[in-house]
Design a protein around this ligand. Structure first.
Ligand code: SAH
Length: 262
């Protein structure tokens, strides 16, 4: 019987992988990986069979039970099995379901943490999520509701976000209009400072600052990379200066237009 390592690949940049993760990948016999894991990270697993199982990899089924069964079967045949996940494996990564399946089958496992996307985004913005005097609480949340009918966390994410000084919202860009409506209903002001960070830690990284109520419009300006929404007063200065810049630009282009009209 082998051992299964649930390994965090970090937010994207290959050199944000931990040394422990790199050493395990070098020994791996088989690697089941999420989409968005950098090719340089996969290349470390030079002796392994590489199996994509992420949502954005369309080759094979991504059904969670299928993945669980594969992990169990692989551990029965190989010594070192890696389940490689984006960011940190325990953060919105369905790691618990995999752990439960492994322990139900008596398979040894170990979790190797990674840099979660929220922290990659904080670095990308150069904004501390816990800036002294402004924020003493950070919530990591998602408005995305899984298919599980017994999910008893359905209703309370917006209140948790509204109660925190800073909030990081995973898997949220695609539902920006509903997100804004839920957060306004939970008490956040229309001008609550917000940012969208796309592809944090990668060369394609993008940062957009805006008010809460402008999120749906700004979300449309982002590209195909993974993105997070961050909210809170730690972003106030950046949002205000972005607004000043855009007002100046608009005024400048208005002036140019009226000049050319004349
Ligand atoms: N386990 C992962 C999160 C998985 S959920 C972690 O700890 O980071 C997938 C979501 O993470 C995406 O929808 C997006 O919201 C966010 N995400 C992942 N990588 C990102 C990146 N480089 N930049 C911004 N957001 C990212």
């Amino acid at each position: 019987m082998g051992k299964v390592y649930l390994v965090g690949a970090g937010p994207g940049a290959p050199d944000l992988l931990t040394l422990r993760a790199a050493r395990i990948l070098e020994r791996a016999d088989v690697v089941f990986h999420d989409a968005l894991v950098h090719p340089e990270v996969l290349a470390l697993a030079s002796r392994a069979r590489i199996v994509p199982v992420g949502k954005r990899c369309s080759q094979i089924s991504t059904d969670q039970r299928f993945i669980n069964r594969n992990l169990v079967e692989a551990a029965q045949r190989h010594e070192v099995v890696v389940r490689l996940k984006g960011g940190d494996p325990m953060m919105f990564g369905r790691a618990q379901e995999e752990i439960d399946a492994l322990s139900a089958n008596g398979i040894e496992y170990e979790v190797v943490p990674g840099v979660t996307a929220a922290l990659g985004a904080s670095a990308e913005l150069s904004v501390s999520l816990t800036r002294r005097g402004v924020s003493r609480s950070v919530v990591f949340a998602t408005p995305r509701i899984g298919k599980d009918q017994n999910d008893d966390t359905r209703g309370n994410w917006a209140q948790a976000v509204a109660a925190a000084d800073t909030a990081v919202l995973y898997m949220s860009r695609g539902e920006a209009p509903q997100l804004v409506a839920a957060l306004r209903a939970a008490g956040l002001a229309a001008d609550h400072p917000a940012a969208i960070v796309e592809s944090a830690s990668l060369p394609a990284a993008r940062r957009l600052h805006c008010r809460l109520d402008a999120l749906p419009e700004r979300a449309g300006e982002t590209g195909p990379g993974p993105a997070l929404v961050i909210l809170g007063n730690v972003l106030r200065e950046a949002v205000e200066s972005a607004e000043r810049v855009s007002t100046t630009c608009n005024t400048a282009s208005d002036a140019a237009q009226s000049a050319s009209a004349r």
